[in-house]
Design a protein around this ligand. Structure first.
Ligand SMILES: [Zn+2]
Ligand SMILES: [Zn+2]
Length: 268
C-alpha cells in the first residue's frame, strides 16, 4: 500500500504540473491556446484540489514575473533572492505575492470568474488541499495517506515553484540572448511538461510550443497537438503566429498585420 501511495502521489504531482503548464500558464496567463471548456475545467479543478491554486492568483503573479523578470519587482527571481531561497522557499515567495490585492488588480484580468471560482476555488483555496488529504487517508490508510500527501505537496512546490522559477533563471543553456537571465534547464521537458525550456519561453511568451531546436521535446506541446487533433484545443499560437489557421483566420490575421505595419501618422 505504501508503494502504491508513493507512486500515486508522484503521478498526481506530475499531472498537477502538466495542468499548471497547459491550463494556467499557456492558456490563461499568455492566451497561447484556447482549451475546450471541459479540459479547462478538469485542469482548473485539479489545480485547486491538489495544489490550492486559484487561477487568477497564479496568473497575476506569473504575468508580473514577465514584466519585471530578474529585476527588483520580480516576485521570485534567483538573481534577487538567491537560488536556494527560490528553490526551497519558492512557494512562499509565490504565495506572498499572490495575496497582494494590487498584484491581482493589475495582472489578474481575463481569468475564470464564474460562480464556482468566486465561491469555492478562490474563496476557499486551501479547501482542495484538505479534501485531498482526506481522500489520500481514506484510500491508502492514515500513515501512507499522510506520506503520499506530503510527497505530492513537496513534489509540486519544489519542481514547479522552485526548480523552474529558480534554476530556470540560473543554470542551463540559452538559445536566445534575452534581456534577463532565463535558461533552458534541460532539452527534454517531461518532468515539468516542457517548462524546462524556460529561455525559449521568455523569448516567445505567447508561443504554446516551448521546444524550438530539433533535440528539444516539450510534453505540454505534445498534449496540445493531441487535443487539437480531437477538436479540444484551438486558436493556438507558435512564436507570435497562429498555428494551422483556417482561411477566415488567415484573412483576419493579414488585415491586423497590415494595420499594425502602417506608419504612425505624423504628430502635430
Ligand atoms: Zn521566468
Ligand atoms: Zn510565462
Amino acid at each position: 500500500m505504501m508503494l502504491l501511495a508513493i507512486v500515486a502521489a508522484a503521478l498526481g504531482g506530475w499531472f498537477s504540473i502538466l495542468c499548471l503548464s497547459v491550463f494556467a500558464h499557456r492558456s490563461m496567463a499568455h492566451r497561447a491556446v484556447t482549451l475546450h471548456p471541459v479540459v479547462a475545467h478538469v485542469m482548473r479543478f485539479w489545480l485547486w484540489f491538489s495544489t490550492g491554486t486559484a487561477t487568477r492568483r497564479w496568473v497575476a503573479v506569473h504575468r508580473k514575473h514577465h514584466v519585471y523578470t530578474d529585476g527588483e519587482m520580480d516576485p521570485h527571481s534567483p538573481v534577487i533572492y538567491g537560488l536556494p531561497r527560490v528553490i526551497f522557499g519558492g512557494y512562499w515567495l509565490y504565495r506572498n505575492e499572490s495575496l497582494k490585492p494590487e498584484t491581482i488588480a493589475t495582472y489578474g484580468k481575463d481569468c475564470p470568474d464564474d460562480w464556482i471560482e468566486r465561491n469555492v476555488y478562490e474563496k476557499h483555496d486551501n479547501l482542495g488541499l484538505v479534501l485531498m488529504l482526506l481522500l489520500d487517508m481514506a484510500v491508502f490508510g492514515v500513515v501512507p495517506g499522510l506520506i503520499a500527501y506530503a510527497i505530492q505537496i513537496i513534489w509540486v512546490s519544489v519542481w514547479a515553484a522552485g526548480f523552474i522559477n529558480g534554476v530556470g533563471h540560473a543554470l542551463g543553456y540559452r538559445n536566445w540572448d534575452t534581456q534577463e537571465a532565463s535558461r533552458n534547464i534541460m532539452p527534454i521537458g517531461i518532468i515539468c511538461s516542457g517548462e524546462e525550456l524556460h529561455n525559449n519561453h521568455h523569448r516567445w511568451p505567447r508561443s504554446a510550443k516551448f521546444s524550438m531546436r530539433w533535440f528539444e521535446f516539450d510534453l505540454g506541446w505534445a498534449l496540445l497537438r493531441t487535443l487539437h487533433a480531437v477538436g479540444m484545443a484551438k486558436d493556438i499560437y507558435v512564436k507570435n503566429k497562429r498555428w494551422k489557421p483556417t482561411k477566415a483566420q488567415e484573412l483576419v490575421d493579414a488585415a491586423v498585420e497590415a494595420v499594425e505595419s502602417e506608419p504612425a501618422p505624423e504628430a502635430g
